[in-house]
Design a protein around this ligand. Sequence first.
Ligand SMILES: Nc1ncnc2c1ncn2[C@@H]1O[C@H](COP(=O)(O)OP(=O)(O)OP(=O)(O)O)[C@@H](O)[C@H]1O
Length: 639
Amino acid sequence: MTPPATDTLDALLQRGLASGELRAADVAFARMAQRLCPDAPLATCLASAVVSRHAADGHIAWPIDSTAATGGPCRAWLQRLLAHAPHAADHPHWLGDGSAATPLVRHGPRLYLWRHWQREQAVARALAARLQPAQAPAPNQARAWLDALFGPAANAPDADQRWACACALRQALTVITGGPGTGKTTTVARLLATLQGLALAQGAPLTIALAAPTGKAAARLAAALSQAWPSLPPAGLPVPTDILRRHLPSTARTLHALLGQRPDGGAARHGPDQPLPLDVLVIDEASMVDLELLHTTVQALPPQARLILLGDRDQLASVQAGAVLAELCLHADAARWRPSTAQALHAATGVPVPAEWTDPGGDPLDQAVVMLRRSRRFDADSGIGRWAQAVRQGDVDAVRHLLRQPSPDVSVHSSADDDRWLATWTAHAHALLRPLADALPDAADVDAWAQQRLAQHGRLQVLCALRHGPWGVEGLNARLQRRAEATAPTLPQGPWGPAGQPWLITRNQPALGVMNGDLGLLLPRRAPGGGLQWRLALPGAQASGVQWVLPAQLGHKELAWAMTVHKAQGSEFDHVILVLPPDPDSPLATRELLYTGITRARQRLSLVLPGGPDTLLAALQRRTERDSGLRDAVLAALP
Ligand SMILES: Nc1ncnc2c1ncn2[C@@H]1O[C@H](COP(=O)(O)OP(=O)(O)OP(=O)(O)O)[C@@H](O)[C@H]1O
């Protein structure tokens, strides 16, 4: 069916605005196309608005041939038109094929904004170049390292970790994905030891950097790897362990800091003209890396440098455009290793790859991806583990079953007036706040005292999907603050609020040493001349330290009795109270949000469902789709 001929651009844009499908910025972009290219077909101008809106929703490209013409009148109209006359949107000065700069680019079945097209192509070229076979060590050399680090291979319960290491020796790009506690950090520690050991044996040690998208995630990676090096086998490695340890990294930075990116979003210090002096870059929590950040990273990485991406591809993607990790790991469940890859992994590890994970049709990207499947954090009886698995798979029946059979570590509060979770929270607030009403410690003990308070605070965190409304960050924070004050009415009050308030940093503030996502507590200290000094106490860079920041200097921060699941990515808490929206149709309640929220919990999970179980079941079936052509572009960029 062709679209009605009577529709004008103005009428369509107005309908798009009225239905909420378009924003004013999208309409302005379409009008700019019309003004600068008066002879542009109506479809070109409308495509500008639609692609602009799609990009604002976190997509890299708009798929022209999507069979589901949903999303509002403009998209539906354009999709019908393009299905009927595929070139109806062409205009050489506004919509090109990517060979010259035009505001819109059409490539195969996708339409892009120029910037996204250009970024996707550059990232694809950088990744494709790293998929070329590298000078892998001989299988017996690799085997010697892996056996020494993991132990003898017979009946190896950690086969997938060994394959991940062996896989990473074969090319300069490796993607290691897996759920919580599947050993991503353990694997990368052993992989780095192997890579550095092999390099040391040749007299050419590698320069290795560790990075993550947030300060919190970088600190966790650094702490985990610092703990890993002392437990390397003291003997039996092909190079002396003490020499190896000295060449392994124990600090990590945010990607922004590593790249020298200015907080105002200006150009990064490192780029093609001033590449990072690195041989290996490990990026943890890569699910939070968007296309723009990966583009800046690969631009700054020397062409021969290895890139190792670690993360859980089932978690929420970055709020910015692109879900890079999820797209690279598209086939990770089935592995799809070619028989030649399976043979090489077998030879290097001594552990055969099961036939179900081989596929002669696997593409070159599949050969660089490894999924770790066995969680060591959650055993088979763990409720959190079973919830995480059922949600990850979108298994409605399994979730219904779990709802009927609560386990000791998971409680479900399935109505708005089920306040039992509040009693648990109040007990936590009491334990956190009561000591603050007592005498404050002397200066010599203040760091240890603050650390105890921070540790207590980290035991429980309320997470939610929404910002606004009674079940969003704003409403919950107001409610919990009132409860906190009622729990500890004699708390010292400072100019910024009562003692013990948790604050979340919402933007990187490198001059103060605080990063987006950092959590601190507002605490009083005894001032040298009497009286109180108020500071925000944050976990220090060293495991034993506390960082004290003047509250007046902090620009971007918010109260954090409750925080969004997005903000909690990269953090974990002993007990998570996860509050879903009351409305089952809330688009923010997605499977990825649910999975990410659940997997922030280490020991206990409370699911608060003010709208009843329907919200949960609806969220299971709502996926966060991010349209892009990255996979295709990587494969097309291979020589
Ligand atoms: N091959 C192994 N042998 C023995 N213990 C292991 C092995 N792999 C992982 N572990 C243990 O399992 C736990 C989880 O491992 P690790 O921290 O590496 O997982 P992760 O996937 O990085 O976790 P997270 O979800 O916290 O990022 C750790 O206590 C670790 O020591």
